[in-house]
Design a protein around this ligand. Structure first.
Ligand SMILES: [Zn+2]
Length: 271
């Protein structure tokens, strides 16, 4: 990897420049500022409707609206999250595409770390990140991943399950698969470990996917061959407000983790 990669200060970009830079990487579905602001307004209304007034007030006190700073505002802020994702995609695309090694996308659902439906506050992304980091770390490994929460329902049990999406290089695909598989031993219904090699030109869209927030309820059912499947449905208003409130207590970068490199001022550097 390069000695260091500059991190663009995307908050200072004119909006059209940011959209252009993202589009040049082959990403055509990146949310624009207006859509982020609309989602923000909807979220604020919902937080108030479900009794999270203190969270809404806290977010309002931190947020500078369309001029929001990605490092100071809570993770719940859609404007800050958008900028944070843009920073990651621009800088990490350069980092992962340099050097010509194979880059692998991975998904893992560490099944032991689910939390009960009404115990979301007990969930700490750092704990899951520590597990994933221990599994993937080696002298040459470089990886970046996001920890997100998905609400799952199996029969009568409803729980929040961490879903980890990321990219890695410096280790073989099969080594990554074997290292992550052991984090998912408890659930018989998931096939939670996916490791797929991605062509260099697809690194940006893979980062776009890996950093995307997917708020949904997954309901398990069985198909005609009695194989377990998941149906994806939107969260209820109350569940959406609950996870948005949870994100009010965290910064925009609290769900993003790096192995083998770190942020140092306005640069990414190898560790
Ligand atoms: Zn904000």
């Amino acid at each position: 990897m390069n000695a260091r990669v500059a991190i663009a200060d995307v908050a200072m970009f004119p909006e059209r420049l940011l959209d252009l830079r993202i589009a040049q990487l082959g990403i055509d579905s990146f949310e624009n500022t207006q859509a982020s602001a609309e989602r923000q307004a909807t979220m604020m209304g919902r937080l108030a409707r479900y009794g999270f007034d203190a969270h809404a007030a806290f977010l309002s006190s931190k947020c500078r609206g369309l001029n929001c700073d990605s490092r100071a505002c809570p993770a719940a802020c859609h404007v800050a999250s958008r900028l944070h994702r843009a920073e990651i995609i621009l800088a990490e695309s350069e980092l992962f595409r340099h050097g010509g090694e194979d880059v692998h996308f991975f998904t893992v659902v560490p099944s032991a770390w689910r939390v009960a439906h009404d115990k979301l506050d007990a969930f700490e992304p750092k704990v899951v990140a520590g597990l994933v980091t221990r599994a993937l770390r080696s002298r040459d490994a470089v990886a970046s991943f996001n920890v997100e929460l998905v609400l799952c329902r199996e029969d009568d049990e409803t729980y929040w399950a961490p879903h980890v999406h990321g990219i890695a290089k410096g280790r073989r695909r099969i080594t990554i698969f074997n290292s992550l598989r052991d984090l998912s031993t408890e659930s018989l219904t998931y096939r939670p470990v996916v490791v797929r090699t991605v062509p260099s030109q697809e690194v940006p869209i893979t980062l776009n996917y890996a950093t995307k927030r997917v708020d949904e309820l997954k309901v398990r059912y069985f198909d005609q061959e009695m194989k377990p499947r998941w149906r994806h449905v939107p969260l209820s208003g109350r569940d959406q407000a609950t996870i948005d409130a949870w994100r009010c207590d965290r910064l925009a970068d609290a769900m993003h983790f790096r192995i083998g490199f770190k942020r140092n001022g306005r640069f990414l550097v190898r560790t």
